[in-house]
Design a protein around this ligand. Structure first.
Ligand SMILES: C[S@@+](CC[C@H](N)C(=O)[O-])C[C@H]1O[C@@H](n2cnc3c(N)ncnc32)[C@H](O)[C@@H]1O
Length: 501
């Protein structure tokens, strides 16, 4: 069996420098603009995040380091194929980083902190402190307690059953088999049993790379937010926010806020909420301790770009209006300003709009003036923070593909290789069926719709692109249908944030 399990190599949308910068700007910091920045990724795997950034931000420079020489070699091949010159990938240990290699405006590490030994963790935080620019921002994801206690049960059970197996894929297969047997036997009615059962259901839904890392790997340690915060402080760093959400709601229910008292530190409130939600994962954004961030300054929100992948489920009406996000999250909104703002954002997705401009548009449609900070509060202090997000800049994408549609070289290459495709929000999209994937691979800005239809027709006729349920002898007749449906196919790719012009 193959002895190598590739890491997920997914880009991390929340670690995009524009997203991090938005969080920093809102807290009174002045992180450098992404279009002229230096960014370091620790444990970058194949460096997909960096390649996407390198292509989009040619004046910036990106460095990725990873112990895994095979992953770095593959990343370099991709970089060569894409002609990316501003990304440097190095096979080395984070413990060998020297302060003289900085400063970096952004230092990010995803899938690293919880999954290495304590000595690496310590050097990671030292490196972040010594390499971050004065107004720089760091990002580290980690497994969190108390949710991590549940994961630990599953980890111990699976490790008990794969102990004598060496081949990675066989270990994963055995872990899945154990998880299957135990989920059948454990009751979902008995609360303690259902805790382990749910965790094993996570295992059954997980990819090979996640099982190898999280459940079968040598290290997986969860930390409470308070502990992580204290570690940052010991290393001259300061916790700012979680990157996964722009939800700035005073999220504690009233009884908890009363219990904690008026002067409670935000970190304590967050820690208690982690117990209420049995939180298992965090993406911490931090800065240097001497950078002096402020509390959230909504006055600065007007300059941010905002996005929401919402589509209305119900017609605009005086009562509650429902929206659904691309990820399937349903939102019920009664506030009139919010209804207008979400309708506007949904109509623009995957593009966004500056919040100041959104406030102007909403004000035009209501009889009252809505100031940007007020709109920011409505959007981000209403539990909508998972569905609406802000970024310092808009990614380059369009809802309306031009006469000769263009996708990024990375997306085209990934489509050709049959891999998940990185969209302009740095989300991995599974572009299926094969027809759409092949079409995406052709979008190099040289073909108009007639040319694209002709090339797709050829590919189908030659059998390069298989269409399920279509008899090979009927392939030629598909040409007219392809031409008719080309606009709809391009619109779909555009809605997924895959078309840039
Ligand atoms: C879970 S993978 C994450 C890869 C990538 N960030 C992603 O999200 O797909 C963790 C990566 O950290 C790397 N790593 C672990 N310890 C390291 C160290 N001491 N120095 C450099 N890289 C390390 C591993 O080789 C692995 O590629």
């Amino acid at each position: 069996m193959n002895s190598y399990v590739r890491a997920a190599n997914k880009p991390v949308p929340d670690a995009h420098p524009d997203r991090l910068r938005a969080l920093g700007l809102l807290r009174g910091l002045a992180p450098r603009s992404s279009d002229h920045c230096r960014l370091l990724e620790l444990g970058c795997g194949e460096g997909i995040q960096l390649l996407a950034l390198g292509l989009a931000l040619p004046e910036s420079s990106f460095v990725g380091i990873d112990l895994d020489a095979q992953a770095i070699a593959r990343g370099k091949e991709l970089a060569d194929e894409l002609g990316v010159k501003n990304v440097t990938l190095q096979a080395r240990d984070v413990r060998d980083l020297a302060a003289s290699e900085g400063p970096f405006d952004y230092v990010i590490g995803h899938g690293l902190y919880s999954w290495v030994g304590d000595d690496v963790r310590t050097t990671l935080l030292d490196a972040c402190r010594s390499l971050l620019a004065e107004q720089g921002l760091g990002f580290l994801s980690f497994n969190t307690l108390p949710g991590g206690y549940h994961r630990q049960m599953a980890r111990e059970l699976l490790q008990l059953n794969v102990g004598d197996v060496a081949a990675p894929l066989e270990r994963i297969a055995r872990a899945r088999a154990v998880a299957t047997d135990f989920t059948r036997a454990l009751s979902d009615k008995d609360p303690p049993q259902s805790a382990l059962r749910n965790e094993l259901l996570h295992v059954l839904r997980a990819s090979d790379s996640l099982i190898a890392l999280e459940y079968l790997g040598p290290e997986s340690t969860a930390f409470s937010l308070r502990d992580f915060d204290a570690r940052l402080s010991r290393h001259g760093l300061r916790y700012l926010a979680d990157a996964a959400t722009f939800d700035l709601s005073p999220a504690a229910p009233r009884w908890l806020a009363e219990r904690l008292g008026p002067g409670a530190a935000p970190i304590d409130e967050q820690q208690h909420l982690d117990y209420l939600t049995l939180r298992r994962f965090r993406q911490a954004v931090f800065c240097r301790a001497d950078a002096s961030p402020t509390g959230v300054a909504f006055e600065r929100a007007g300059e941010l770009a905002v996005f929401a992948s919402v589509a209305p489920v119900t017609k605009p009406s005086a009562g509650a209006m429902k929206f659904r996000t691309l990820a399937g999250l349903e939102l019920e909104v009664t506030n009139e300003t919010l209804k207008l703002a979400l309708s506007e954002l949904g109509g623009r997705w995957p593009c966004g709009v500056r919040l100041a401009e959104l406030a102007r548009l909403v004000s035009m449609r209501t009889s009252t003036e809505v100031a940007p900070p007020e709109l920011a509060r409505l959007l981000f202090v209403n539990g909508l923070g998972r569905s609406v997000f802000a970024s310092a800049e808009s990614p380059r994408c369009t809802r309306e593909p031009g006469a000769k549609p263009l996708a990024t070289p990375l997306a085209r290459l990934q489509a050709r290789l049959g891999e998940p495709v990185t969209n302009q929000h740095h989300v991995h999209v599974d572009v299926e069926p094969a027809f759409n994937r092949h079409l995406l691979s052709l979008l190099d800005g040289t073909l108009d719709r007639a040319g694209l239809s002709s090339r797709m027709g050829d590919a189908i006729e030659q059998g390069t692109v298989a269409i399920a349920g279509v008899d090979p002898s009927a392939r030629a007749q598909l040409r007219q249908q392809i031409a008719r449906e080309m606009d709809a196919c391009l619109a779909k790719l555009a809605r997924f944030g895959l078309i840039v012009a």
